[in-house]
Design a protein around this ligand. Structure first.
Ligand SMILES: C[S@@+](CC[C@H](N)C(=O)[O-])C[C@H]1O[C@@H](n2cnc3c(N)ncnc32)[C@H](O)[C@@H]1O
Length: 418
């Protein structure tokens, strides 16, 4: 059957209609006429795949990756960059309106990524044993099936050199000897840093010999095993030095992250010399920059490894007014509210599930402003709606293209107490 694609939606699908029923088409671009095949009828909507492009969009381009369409990492390599950006702005606006009920909100133009490929400075690869050899790759979209890769065009060069070496080394092993499940690889722009993650069989002794073998090659010389002290690498973010490790979160796109941090600092200017709470602080990406312009910053993260690095990073930059605590954000906010601790500005950057559980305690901290950084417009819209009921109005939203070639959207919302 044939269908006209109307728009791209969160999740990466193009959608159209057949007999009034919404059809989600993997690989469709707005304005295209496609011949599609239904894969699943979900009752209120249908999922379909492209059989033939009858009338292509002028925005249809050749994907750079040979596993594009199978691998779950990228959804939009076949869409021109301008159309990707337009779709992300539209999806964000639509989520704010439909889920958040925020109709007249000001949404800035999306900040584009200076690099559309080769930007990812952190990847997580799966490892599995199949047909008498180890394979390295990503998981297929929506399944546990592995897609083998030797390179990943959206990752940086040092990461690609490491993936190539790793996949060659592992594929030459003919017996299932190593309890290896995942691999984290990060890069500082020059070298890569690898952390091997063991599977359920936690006998690590055999992994040490693999680690030692990998360390002999230049591309994989910085290989460690999760649980031992991992290899630290150094990054510069807007002139500050940061130590990081592969198993701890860092923003994946360094150039877009710098713009994100710059925006957080600009919006925090009215809170100069005030007390700032940075919830979900990680290694101090926002906290340490904010400390340079605030009286005091309090960073909170559930990861003890992230907080150890945040404290180290404060010392490295001679920052003395940033304090960090290992805690669940919800527990921290509840306790702070009970102890009547006040902050002037709260920055929060939760994982994609959002921060629903902690929002009701936020007003008890009496902050005048909130800067909410999010990688998921759906949970952001839900949380902004809840914050409005709790007395915080969204002033403006700023989208950033942290993840080109994918449907993921990073955005920042500035809120003020009503
Ligand atoms: C999106 S990252 C943001 C990190 C940091 N703001 C940055 O820009 O690098 C989310 C962070 O939330 C932390 N996290 C996840 N669940 C948490 C929880 N329940 N309480 C506190 N921190 C949590 C993770 O360890 C991670 O560092």
């Amino acid at each position: 059957m044939e269908i006209e694609i109307e728009k791209l939606v969160f999740g990466g699908f193009g959608i159209g209609r057949i007999d009034g029923k919404v059809v989600f088409v993997k690989g469709g671009i707005p304005g295209e006429r496609l011949q599609v095949r239904v894969i699943r009828d979900r009752g209120s909507y249908v999922e379909a795949e492209v059989e033939k492009v009858v009338r292509p969009s002028s925005q249809r381009i050749e994907p750079q990756c040979f596993v594009f369409g199978k691998c779950g990492g990228c959804q939009w390599q076949h869409v021109g960059y301008k159309a990707q950006l337009e779709a992300k702005e539209y999806i964000l606006r639509e989520a704010l309106e439909r889920i958040g009920g925020l109709k007249d909100i000001e949404v800035e133009s999306i900040f584009p990524s200076p690099s559309q490929y080769g930007y990812r400075q952190r990847v997580t690869l799966s490892v599995w044993f199949q047909k008498n050899r180890y394979c390295v790759g990503y998981l297929e979209e929506g399944s546990r099936k592995g897609i083998e890769i030797e390179t990943c065009p959206i990752a940086t060069e040092p990461i690609n050199r490491a993936i190539k070496r790793l996949s060659r080394s592992l594929s030459s092993i003919e017996t299932r000897r190593y309890p290896l499940e995942k691999v984290y690889i990060s890069s500082d722009g020059v070298d890569s840093y690898i952390t091997l993650v063991p599977g359920s069989n936690r006998d690590l002794s055999s992994l040490y010999s693999l680690r030692n073998h990998l360390r002999k090659s230049n591309e994989t010389k910085n290989t460690y095993i999760l649980g031992e002290r991992e290899g630290e690498f150094e990054l510069y973010i807007l002139g500050l030095r940061f130590r990081a490790i592969p198993s701890v979160f860092i923003q994946v796109n360094s150039m877009v992250n710098e713009q994100l941090v710059r925006t957080v600092m600009d919006l925090a200017t009215p809170y100069r010399n005030k007390r700032v709470l940075d919830l979900f602080s990680g290694i101090g990406n926002f906290s340490l920059h904010l400390a340079r312009q605030s009286r005091e910053v309090f960073g909170v993260d559930v990861s003890a490894k992230a907080i150890r690095l945040a404290r180290k990073n404060a010392k490295l930059n001679s920052i003395e007014n940033a304090v960090f605590e290992v805690s669940d954000a919800g527990e921290f906010v509840k306790k702070a509210a009970r102890d009547r601790i006040r902050f002037d500005l709260i920055v929060l950057d939760p994982p994609r599930e959002g921060a629903k559980e902690i929002l009701e305690y936020i007003p008890k901290l009496h902050a005048q402003g909130i800067i909410y950084v999010s990688c998921n417009p759906t949970t952001l819209a839900r949380d902004l709606k809840m914050l409005l009921h709790l007395g915080y109005r969204t002033i403006r939203v700023y989208p950033f293209d942290m993840f080109p070639q994918t449907y993921h959207i990073e955005s920042l919302a500035l809120l003020s107490r009503i």
